[in-house]
Design a protein around this ligand. Sequence first.
Ligand code: ADP
Length: 399
Amino acid sequence: MENGAQRILTINSGSSSIKFSLYEISNTENLILSGKLDRIGLEGGLFQAGDSKGGLIADENLRLPDHIAALKRLFEWLVENQMGGAEISAIGHRVVHGGSKYNKTSLIDHEMMLALIKLIPFAPEHLPHEIKAIDAVSRVYPDCPQVACFDTAFHREMPRLAQSFPLTRELFDEGIIRYGFHGLSYEFIMNELEENIGVEASKGNIIVAHLGNGASMAAVKNGKAFDTTMGFTPTGGLMMSTRSGDLDPGAVIYLMKEKGMSADEINELLNKKSGLLGMSGISSDVRDLLEREKEDARAKEALDLFCYQARKFTGSFASALGGLNTLIFTAGIGENSPVIRERICAGLSFMGVSIDEKLNKENAPVISAENSPVTVRVMKTNEELMIARQTARLTKELP
Ligand code: ADP
């Protein structure tokens, strides 16, 4: 390892899988490997890792009864392959929710663990697994610094109005507010703009559309978070692959009272069975729906609603910001689907958004037409690298 370089392991822990990557960070940032531990707690556990070029370097079928067992196997494998042990400088975790307290990437200590446990009701689908992973790492590597990189942190600078729901003051004080998510992706995009494209590009009024399976948009003013579509949970905002996005709260009351649905059933409906999947009845994947839309009106309608909502939020954020200089598309759909970008931008020329058909088809870095007052960009996001970068920065000076 190069002198002064830091080896950072990133961990993104879900209910039955853990995604990881290993970076070496010095003046340069090099991905060494990335992979996943899959089907934790289920039959047919899997451990796979690939090198920086995607070549498979680990492929094991094994039982992974829980998160501790899964991480133990990863650490053993890293040591067996001379990549682990004391060579790991720090471990960065993606943590979905930092509540109102954690507004930046922070070192994990006992106090934070207690705070995260208290926050579980805010993110019951994600936080328990992330806490388990942090706990598992501290058992295997008690001396290795661990860092929490929060998906909510970026949005904590939003003006108070943008963070507010018009419920009671008591509920606001209890933390029932708009937190926003995908913050690591937004931070990465803003970093890229500032450092690789030019400070000027990061100035002014910007809308970033993070369109993946989970989809959200963020309004950014002079580099600072201004508003975002997701709310108290990642279920809100834009419709997504399987999540409903915003609804009339009365619809949820109706489901409870008239349909007798329990909280768990509503959770399942709104997070797993709605969105593109629910409306199309076919698939949650935009590629499948694009293939089927000519023959199946349901596929077309689902895609139409997705694009309509993204266009509507673009307009509403542009008015909230008081104008628009830059619109950025990122994540799976945003980076790869010219036709979805084109449909979202269609009809936005009145507010200065017009795209060049050829550049858009090529997924070019800038796809706006030459005379478009708004610059429209396609940028690749990299949440893992953001975790590694922030973890390296925070732990560099540690003894
Ligand atoms: P996640 O939120 O799971 O990280 P991704 O950012 O990987 O999601 O995005 C996954 C989605 O991107 C897929 O569901 C698929 O709909 C979409 N996608 C990927 N490639 C393309 C493509 N070439 N055309 C259209 N959609 C695509």
